[in-house]
Design a protein around this ligand. Structure first.
Ligand code: SAH
Length: 243
């Protein structure tokens, strides 16, 4: 009753969805979300009513969830990966002041940095940063600063939103900034369609990555100076063998 679960469904495959996410979805009267994410969960809950919000703006999508909850429903709002990391959880809390009678439960999910990391090997075995290359909500100058600072701190970096139709050269621009700090042979990798049909992983150097086009369903991994390739996998040793 009057409840919204903000559910991180993981990368896509059912095995990577948490039991908590599954039971939230199973216990909901309505599953709300962007069509692509609805499509991912619909096969697992074929009899559940769904509301596909289409390409609506995020705020509108969240409002719809509140309006349905206000009708007395338990609503699950689905996000890919984790529901807090570039997800809807924050926005739901911001809007909740307008809908004080609705209970909010955030259900975490396996984010792309984690699920993609396991496909590549163990690229984030140590301190890491997550940076989105989307400048829709963050000015590009700030993204550049974060990239540079993360490289200077020798963090492993997971890059989300590395490309879109309008931003096809952003990964190249990002690599150019990283190349002011790192050498061109730094080990990097990327994974496309993690946990979904067409999953594909590539390990390559930063110099090669600079000249690679990826799509928006890809997560890119930048190594630290410790990162190496072991049997074709991207590995950042935590340092156990050095102590
Ligand atoms: N909440 C999501 C992130 C949403 S931002 C999460 O925690 O994973 C969207 C970006 O996430 C994409 O551009 C891509 O970089 C990354 N991403 C999300 N799911 C992915 C998947 N299954 N395969 C590859 N990248 C993915």
């Amino acid at each position: 009753m009057n409840k919204i679960y903000v559910v991180g469904i993981g990368p896509g495959k059912r095995e990577a969805m948490t039991a908590e996410a599954e039971s939230a979805l199973a216990g909901s009267d309505l599953i709300v979300g962007y069509s692509k994410y609805i499509d991912l969960v619909r096969p697992y809950f074929p009899n559940h009513p769904v509301l596909d919000t289409g390409m609506r703006k995020e705020t509108e999508r969240c409002r719809m969830a509140f309006e349905k909850a206000n009708e007395g429903m338990t609503v699950s709002l689905v996000c890919s990966g984790d529901s807090g990391i570039y997800g809807m959880a924050g926005l739901i809390y911001e809007l909740s002041t307008e809908f004080p009678e609705t209970e909010i439960v955030v259900v975490p999910g396996i984010t792309a940095a984690i699920s993609g990391g396991s496909v590549l090997g163990a690229p984030i075995g140590h301190d890491f940063a997550v940076i989105s290359l989307s400048d829709l909500l963050t000015p590009w100058e700030l993204i550049e600063k974060r990239l540079k600072c993360a490289a200077e701190g020798d963090f492993n970096i997971a890059l989300y939103n590395p490309s879109s139709h309008k931003r096809h050269d952003y990964l190249q621009k990002a690599c150019d900034i990283l190349l002011t700090v790192h050498s061109a042979d730094l080990i990097c990798g990327y994974v496309k369609n993690i946990g979904r049909e067409g999953e594909a992983a590539v390990v390559l150097t930063l110099g090669e990555l600079r000249n690679t086009q990826v799509d928006m369903f890809t997560t890119v991994f930048i190594g630290s100076t410790r990162t190496k390739v072991i049997n074709g996998k991207m590995v950042t040793p935590r340092g156990y063998r050095d102590v």
